[in-house]
Design a binder for this molecule. Sequence first.
Ligand code: NI
Length: 165
Amino acid sequence: MPILSILQYPDSRLRLKASPVEKFDENIQNLITDMLETMWDANGIGLAATQVDVQQRVIVMDLNGDRSNPRVFINAEITILDETPRSFDEGCLSIPEVVETVDRPSKVIIRALNGKGESFEEVAEGLLAVCIQHEIDHLDGKLFVDYLSSVKRQRIRKKLKKNRA
Ligand code: NI
């Protein structure tokens, strides 16, 4: 199972918008498997296809981070059920070692296809609500640092440059 390389901020490919998955073929199955392995290998709890340079609306998650509950969300859409903002300390595999507080609506309903291509609906609160919004943002070319002030973003960019030097 190949581990895919994860694009790192500020790579411009993280800004590309992903297209809906139209065919549930072997390529998608392989992508899902590789994305799960890649996420676990990097000790993440969520990964969007955009982060591995694939512009398809595929999200994988394992909120326990221990391979116990792999989840797949294809072509996911959300409707906000409760606008009340909830603050959460977010991180991202594309922006390593950066954790910042982001406010997002606290409750959403998710409509998506699972790993077998079956549609489902699920009400999400807490970590799942945060994570699905974070990952859908990726598919739309958006990153959690976009919610921060430009001063903070600049500081993060400098820090990452230093870490990579
Ligand atoms: Ni992320």
